[in-house]
Ligand binder design. Sequence first.
Ligand SMILES: Nc1ncnc2c1ncn2[C@@H]1O[C@H](COP(=O)(O)OP(=O)(O)OP(=O)(O)O)[C@@H](O)[C@H]1O
Ligand SMILES: [Mg+2]
Length: 344
Amino acid sequence: METGSEVLRVWGLSKRFERERSMLQHLYDWWSGQSASKVQALCEVGMTIFAQETVGILGESGSGKSTLARILMGLLHSDEGGGMLLGNDLFDKRPGIRLANLRRMQMVFQDPFGSLDPRMSIKNILLEPFKIHGIADKQDWNRRLVDGLAEVGLEPNVLARYPAEFSGGQRQRIGICRALLLDPSVLIADEAVSALDVSVQAQILELLVRLKEARRLSLIFISHDVAVVRQLADRIIVLYRGSIVESLSADCLLKDAAHPYTRRLIGAALTLREGISKAVGVDVKKNDSVSEPQSAGCPFVAGCPEAFADCSDAPKLMELHPGHMVACHVPETVRAVEKIASLE
Ligand SMILES: Nc1ncnc2c1ncn2[C@@H]1O[C@H](COP(=O)(O)OP(=O)(O)OP(=O)(O)O)[C@@H](O)[C@H]1O
Ligand SMILES: [Mg+2]
């Protein structure tokens, strides 16, 4: 597929969950006649992914990254919204279309220990996609498994072994091999390296980049780690409490990030790594908890050092420059002031 052609497009994806409650809270709510409060895990998320690009989804814990990934993979139903994957309705429930969509988009999970069934041999784990998708040519199965393992740097002798015999990095290689066996066009990696040691992380990232190039994949790389996302992605989408607050090219992230939340993430990453938060001029100490109730206006208003009166209205995602979208009243206002000044 040509670079730049649309592979995946989703729009208006929203998801609300009932807030998790203890048994005692359940009883109290029942006794007092209250229904469970809801968490808005995703709020009208839309994005387009093009052929052979790597899109990083960046956000802190609880921002809705995995909810988005699970909805894209059909593991979870969205309350609202729609999507298209290579000309198919992404959420069409008819089994034939669902299987075709699954073949085209696969996922590597965060937990290399939980994502492989410990009772199954690696051979049976890797054969599952062929069985589920009815790939009939059994003569070919073994060759495809051996080739797939070689691609992720593993020997054929792993086939007879069980997941418990492997390290986290090796298991993640097996997970990547399983995801690629059916030759998908899109690969979603949800925190695929965050459970691994730093040195193993680098090897798996290098493997993902190599495979993405060799197989001309579109990669959706989900992470809370600014440095990793910036290193890997062509374009970065920043999620905050289920809403996209900014989308921009990875090359422009440090220089041009316009949303105070994106700048706070960058500041926190720099503080952690180099102790130079002052370089980007953000107040990294100002923090807000994801468990705070959501306001009707901008979702970031409580934690924002730049909030002003307009922020009581929720900002829409608007184009700041070509390829750079932001949902914030501050750059919008600055731009309006600059325009007026240029007219005077
Ligand atoms: N099955 C569920 N039931 C209730 N609430 C849920 C469920 N799944 C997710 N949530 C809530 O939805 C919000 C988004 O969760 P999600 O797992 O998508 O975040 P995340 O960005 O992937 O976080 P992390 O970086 O920790 O993986 C959180 O507030 C979470 O508690
Ligand atoms: Mg997650």
